[in-house]
Design a protein around this ligand. Structure first.
Ligand SMILES: Nc1ncnc2c1ncn2[C@@H]1O[C@H](COP(=O)(O)OP(=O)(O)O)[C@@H](O)[C@H]1O
Ligand SMILES: [Mg+2]
Length: 228
């Protein structure tokens, strides 16, 4: 079943007389529960495409359809509520709130939504991520890998339909990066969450069910929507 698709999506950045087609007429469909890696060289448009697919940024042209509706037909407020409830995000920079404990950081999106946390679900999530004994610590007292695992827990706290990640292992050493990626993958699979991950690292991309390679804002290669 399809969970998200984009149609003839373009993003053009203009500066003076120059125009950069960061995303150039891309149409893709994503299956529920799949793990897709978007790869390509630096500047090929990966982050721009991810930002458009996740509603963080508006396109110059085209649509992103989630649950039969174009994301960009929602107003900013509706879109941010939808993003908070249905989408999770993990970035290269950990961007945890430094004054809050790991646990408070994880609960933040649930609190912002005025909802009661699903304790059993969160316990399971925290257990799967192996951060149960780190919950009372401030981010500054955690290693990079631990901070990124807290970010993953935070991104999944609201039980999103889709987890978007932009170079989530980019700041980690190779081994820790692989561990974090394996965890992200197994937790998402276990919870039935669709994963769309941007990486320039082919070793990381090869762990995905599907690899999409961008070049100059276009899809140069797509291994297809295979669910692993
Ligand atoms: N805010 C922006 N303003 C102008 N140009 C941008 C902006 N963001 C990205 N670009 C340009 O769009 C292209 C794609 O960038 P990006 O999506 O960040 O690529 P990647 O994530 O693959 O490195 C690049 O040429 C980049 O310089
Ligand atoms: Mg990028």
């Amino acid at each position: 079943m399809e969970v998200l698709r984009c149609e003839q999506l373009s993003k053009i950045y203009r500066s003076g007389s120059a125009a950069v087609r960061a995303v150039d007429n891309i149409s893709l469909s994503f299956e529920q529960g799949g793990f897709t890696a978007i790869t390509g060289k630096s500047g090929s448009g990966k982050s721009t495409l991810l930002h458009l697919l996740s509603g963080l940024d508006r396109p110059t042209d085209g649509q992103v359809i989630y649950q039969d509706k174009d994301l960009f037909r929602y107003n900013d407020n509706q879109l941010s509520v939808l993003r908070r409830r249905r989408f999770g995000f993990v970035f290269q920079a950990y961007n945890l709130v430094g004054e809050l404990t790991a646990q408070e950081n994880i609960l933040l999106p649930v609190m912002l939504d005025n909802r009661k946390p699903d304790e059993a679900y969160l316990d399971r999530l925290i257990g799967m991520l192996g951060i149960g004994d780190r919950l009372g610590h401030l981010p500054g007292a955690l290693s990079g890998g631990q901070q990124q695992r807290v970010c993953i827990a935070r991104a999944l706290a609201n039980k999103p339909a889709i987890l978007f990640a932009d170079e989530p292992t980019g700041n980690l050493d190779g081994r820790t990066g692989r561990e974090v990626l394996t965890l992200m993958r197994s937790v998402s699979a276990e919870l039935g969450i669709t994963m769309i991950l941007v990486t320039h690292d082919l070793g990381v991309a090869e762990q995905a069910d599907r690899i999409i390679r961008l070049e100059d804002g276009r899809v140069e290669e797509d291994s297809g929507a295979v669910i692993g």
